[in-house]
Design a protein around this ligand. Structure first.
Ligand SMILES: [Zn+2]
Ligand SMILES: [Zn+2]
Length: 180
Protein backbone atom coordinates (compact mmCIF):
# COMPACT_ATOMS: atom_id res chain seq x y z
CA UNK A 1 0.00 0.00 0.00
CA UNK A 2 1.34 3.35 -1.10
CA UNK A 3 -0.76 5.61 1.13
CA UNK A 4 -3.02 5.17 4.15
CA UNK A 5 -6.20 3.29 3.31
CA UNK A 6 -8.45 6.31 3.77
CA UNK A 7 -6.18 8.40 1.52
CA UNK A 8 -6.37 5.83 -1.28
CA UNK A 9 -10.15 5.56 -0.92
CA UNK A 10 -10.44 9.34 -0.95
CA UNK A 11 -8.34 9.69 -4.10
CA UNK A 12 -10.22 6.94 -5.93
CA UNK A 13 -13.63 8.31 -4.95
CA UNK A 14 -12.59 11.83 -5.97
CA UNK A 15 -11.44 10.66 -9.41
CA UNK A 16 -14.72 8.76 -9.86
CA UNK A 17 -16.73 11.86 -8.91
CA UNK A 18 -14.76 14.07 -11.32
CA UNK A 19 -15.33 11.51 -14.09
CA UNK A 20 -19.11 11.72 -13.71
CA UNK A 21 -18.84 15.12 -15.42
CA UNK A 22 -17.80 14.42 -18.99
CA UNK A 23 -17.70 16.99 -21.79
CA UNK A 24 -20.81 15.51 -23.40
CA UNK A 25 -22.25 13.22 -20.79
CA UNK A 26 -23.71 13.66 -17.32
CA UNK A 27 -22.96 10.72 -15.05
CA UNK A 28 -25.15 12.10 -12.28
CA UNK A 29 -28.32 12.98 -14.21
CA UNK A 30 -30.71 12.55 -11.28
CA UNK A 31 -31.06 11.75 -7.61
CA UNK A 32 -31.15 8.02 -8.32
CA UNK A 33 -27.76 8.21 -10.05
CA UNK A 34 -26.30 9.94 -7.01
CA UNK A 35 -27.79 7.21 -4.78
CA UNK A 36 -26.01 4.65 -6.92
CA UNK A 37 -22.73 6.57 -6.76
CA UNK A 38 -23.11 6.89 -2.97
CA UNK A 39 -23.47 3.13 -2.59
CA UNK A 40 -20.83 2.19 -5.17
CA UNK A 41 -18.18 4.26 -3.39
CA UNK A 42 -19.20 3.10 0.07
CA UNK A 43 -20.19 6.55 1.30
CA UNK A 44 -21.88 6.57 4.69
CA UNK A 45 -23.45 9.28 6.84
CA UNK A 46 -25.96 11.93 5.82
CA UNK A 47 -27.59 11.46 2.44
CA UNK A 48 -30.71 13.49 1.62
CA UNK A 49 -31.76 12.11 -1.78
CA UNK A 50 -32.74 15.65 -2.84
CA UNK A 51 -32.25 17.82 -5.92
CA UNK A 52 -30.43 20.36 -3.75
CA UNK A 53 -27.92 17.76 -2.62
CA UNK A 54 -27.44 16.61 -6.21
CA UNK A 55 -26.81 20.21 -7.35
CA UNK A 56 -24.21 20.75 -4.62
CA UNK A 57 -22.35 17.55 -5.54
CA UNK A 58 -22.38 18.41 -9.25
CA UNK A 59 -21.16 21.93 -8.56
CA UNK A 60 -18.14 20.59 -6.69
CA UNK A 61 -16.77 18.64 -9.66
CA UNK A 62 -15.10 21.38 -11.77
CA UNK A 63 -13.14 22.55 -8.75
CA UNK A 64 -11.96 19.01 -8.02
CA UNK A 65 -11.04 18.45 -11.68
CA UNK A 66 -8.71 21.45 -11.45
CA UNK A 67 -6.60 19.43 -8.99
CA UNK A 68 -5.55 17.21 -11.92
CA UNK A 69 -4.37 20.16 -13.99
CA UNK A 70 -3.02 22.56 -11.41
CA UNK A 71 0.57 23.03 -10.27
CA UNK A 72 1.44 22.39 -6.64
CA UNK A 73 0.78 25.94 -5.45
CA UNK A 74 -2.66 25.97 -7.04
CA UNK A 75 -3.47 22.53 -5.61
CA UNK A 76 -2.50 23.84 -2.19
CA UNK A 77 -4.74 26.89 -2.65
CA UNK A 78 -7.69 24.68 -3.65
CA UNK A 79 -7.09 22.23 -0.79
CA UNK A 80 -6.75 24.97 1.82
CA UNK A 81 -9.82 26.73 0.44
CA UNK A 82 -11.94 23.58 0.63
CA UNK A 83 -10.78 22.83 4.18
CA UNK A 84 -11.34 26.40 5.34
CA UNK A 85 -14.81 26.76 3.79
CA UNK A 86 -15.87 23.43 5.27
CA UNK A 87 -14.59 24.39 8.75
CA UNK A 88 -12.56 21.21 8.73
CA UNK A 89 -11.45 19.88 12.09
CA UNK A 90 -9.64 16.54 11.74
CA UNK A 91 -10.75 13.89 14.21
CA UNK A 92 -9.87 10.20 14.35
CA UNK A 93 -13.05 8.17 14.41
CA UNK A 94 -14.22 4.59 14.02
CA UNK A 95 -17.50 3.50 12.44
CA UNK A 96 -19.07 0.67 10.46
CA UNK A 97 -16.30 -1.82 11.38
CA UNK A 98 -13.65 0.41 9.82
CA UNK A 99 -10.43 0.99 11.78
CA UNK A 100 -9.60 4.46 13.07
CA UNK A 101 -9.36 6.99 10.27
CA UNK A 102 -9.64 10.74 9.86
CA UNK A 103 -12.86 12.63 9.36
CA UNK A 104 -12.54 16.38 9.24
CA UNK A 105 -16.25 17.24 9.22
CA UNK A 106 -19.11 15.57 11.12
CA UNK A 107 -20.99 12.69 9.52
CA UNK A 108 -24.14 14.81 9.42
CA UNK A 109 -22.48 17.55 7.34
CA UNK A 110 -23.93 17.83 3.80
CA UNK A 111 -22.70 15.18 1.38
CA UNK A 112 -21.00 17.68 -0.94
CA UNK A 113 -19.11 19.14 2.03
CA UNK A 114 -17.92 15.72 3.10
CA UNK A 115 -16.89 14.89 -0.47
CA UNK A 116 -14.96 18.15 -0.71
CA UNK A 117 -13.19 17.54 2.58
CA UNK A 118 -12.37 13.92 1.81
CA UNK A 119 -10.83 15.04 -1.48
CA UNK A 120 -8.90 17.83 0.23
CA UNK A 121 -7.54 15.58 2.98
CA UNK A 122 -6.38 12.97 0.46
CA UNK A 123 -4.77 15.64 -1.73
CA UNK A 124 -3.04 17.07 1.33
CA UNK A 125 -1.34 13.70 1.80
CA UNK A 126 -0.17 13.71 -1.85
CA UNK A 127 1.24 17.21 -1.51
CA UNK A 128 3.08 16.37 1.71
CA UNK A 129 4.97 13.49 0.12
CA UNK A 130 5.39 15.29 -3.21
CA UNK A 131 3.38 12.75 -5.20
CA UNK A 132 1.00 14.93 -7.21
CA UNK A 133 2.37 13.22 -10.33
CA UNK A 134 0.10 10.33 -9.32
CA UNK A 135 -2.81 12.40 -10.62
CA UNK A 136 -3.01 11.70 -14.33
CA UNK A 137 -5.32 12.07 -17.32
CA UNK A 138 -6.26 8.91 -19.23
CA UNK A 139 -3.85 8.27 -22.12
CA UNK A 140 -6.56 7.22 -24.56
CA UNK A 141 -6.89 9.94 -27.23
CA UNK A 142 -10.70 9.93 -27.04
CA UNK A 143 -10.87 10.12 -23.25
CA UNK A 144 -10.33 12.91 -20.78
CA UNK A 145 -11.13 10.97 -17.61
CA UNK A 146 -8.86 11.54 -14.66
CA UNK A 147 -7.16 8.72 -12.79
CA UNK A 148 -4.98 8.16 -9.75
CA UNK A 149 -1.96 6.00 -10.39
CA UNK A 150 -1.57 3.94 -7.21
CA UNK A 151 0.68 1.34 -8.85
CA UNK A 152 4.12 0.68 -7.36
CA UNK A 153 5.95 1.35 -10.62
CA UNK A 154 3.82 4.32 -11.73
CA UNK A 155 2.70 2.38 -14.78
CA UNK A 156 -0.99 3.17 -14.90
CA UNK A 157 -1.99 4.89 -18.14
CA UNK A 158 -5.71 4.35 -18.61
CA UNK A 159 -8.89 5.11 -16.66
CA UNK A 160 -11.40 2.55 -15.42
CA UNK A 161 -13.79 3.03 -18.34
CA UNK A 162 -12.26 0.31 -20.52
CA UNK A 163 -9.73 2.54 -22.28
CA UNK A 164 -6.88 0.07 -21.67
CA UNK A 165 -8.79 -2.60 -23.59
CA UNK A 166 -9.81 -0.18 -26.32
CA UNK A 167 -6.18 0.89 -26.80
CA UNK A 168 -5.02 -2.73 -26.92
CA UNK A 169 -7.60 -3.55 -29.60
CA UNK A 170 -6.58 -0.52 -31.66
CA UNK A 171 -2.90 -1.44 -31.41
CA UNK A 172 -3.68 -5.06 -32.38
CA UNK A 173 -5.65 -3.94 -35.45
CA UNK A 174 -2.87 -1.59 -36.45
CA UNK A 175 -0.33 -4.44 -36.27
CA UNK A 176 -2.63 -6.70 -38.30
CA UNK A 177 -3.14 -3.96 -40.91
CA UNK A 178 0.62 -3.41 -41.13
CA UNK A 179 1.18 -7.12 -41.74
CA UNK A 180 -1.52 -7.38 -44.42
ZN1 LIG B 1 -15.26 7.13 7.72
ZN1 LIG C 1 -10.10 6.63 -20.37
Amino acid sequence: MLFAHDTECGLTATAALVNTAGPDREGLPDVAALDEFFTAHAWTGRHEHTEAELRQVRALRPRLRRLWHADTDEVVAIVNGLLRESHALPQLIRHDDEPYHLHAVPRDAPLATRMAVEAAMAMADLVRIDELSRLRICDHPDCDNVLVDLSKNRSRRFCDAGCGNRAAVTAYRARRAAQA
